[in-house]
Design a protein around this ligand. Structure first.
Ligand SMILES: Cc1cc2nc3c(=O)[nH]c(=O)nc-3n(C[C@H](O)[C@H](O)[C@H](O)COP(=O)(O)O)c2cc1C
Length: 193
């Protein structure tokens, strides 16, 4: 079950934009992040939810989609994300905030995949420009990542990647190909003393 979900949980950037998500849908996903591991259980992440079309339209241009594909990576109108979850956080007490953020994102994305949704984590976000769009005040923490979500409008194939080769993903028609290294490439077989 988890294997199937992880394999299905590809970064999706083209969506059936007309199939909208509700605030309740997004709250259900953030609830999974709420119950996810956190360094020292500090729980310093905060989340902003965007689901209304008008606000989605303002968030969309503030993120860089699939830069490895050039202009082809940019979803067309009608294929843009149906919702966003911004992950915010600032910590004075711990160095593991980004680990917490990654885990929270994965919980959200796996929960989405279970429901037939897909999403994509965005690190390339215009972090200052997105703040007023989200209605954030100076007292609110910085935006770390943004997750785009929706019902997928593209297909995915995991390809065998080569250790020495390119890690770039590519597209053929409506299929997004993503190379992954072999287990034998990533598991280091070393002999301990
Ligand atoms: C921390 C992080 C930041 C990312 N930032 C972006 C981004 O700004 N734009 C984008 O299109 N994809 C982004 N991605 C998605 C990656 O490109 C994607 O994970 C990678 O191509 C592998 O594809 P997969 O998620 O389907 O395995 C990001 C992924 C992670 C984990």
């Amino acid at each position: 079950m988890i294997k199937e979900l992880v394999y299905r949980n590809r970064s999706c950037r083209r969506f059936q934009e007309q199939r909208r998500l509700t605030k309740e849908d997004l709250l259900g996903l953030v609830d999974l992040a709420r119950c996810t591991a956190s360094h020292r259980n500090a729980q310093e992440l905060r989340f902003c939810l965007v689901w209304e079309k008008e606000q989605c339209d303002k968030v969309f241009p503030l993120m860089v989609f699939a830069s490895a594909l050039g202009p082809e990576g940019q979803p067309r109108e009608g294929q843009r994300p149906a919702a966003y979850i911004a992950v915010l956080g600032e910590s004075k007490s711990q160095n593991y905030l980004w680990a917490d953020a990654g885990l929270a994102c994965q919980s959200i994305l796996l929960g989405a995949a279970e429901q037939g949704l897909l999403g994509c984590i965005f690190g390339s976000v215009k972090r200052e420009q997105i703040r007023p769009v989200l209605g954030l005040t100076e007292a609110d923490p910085p935006v770390l990542l943004v997750i785009a979500l929706g019902f997928p409008d593209e297909d995915f194939v995991i390809e065998e990647g080569a250790l020495e080769g390119s890690r770039d993903y590519w597209r053929e028609g409506r299929t997004h190909h993503v190379p992954k290294l072999a287990l034998s490439d990533i598991v280091l077989e070393r002999k301990g003393e």
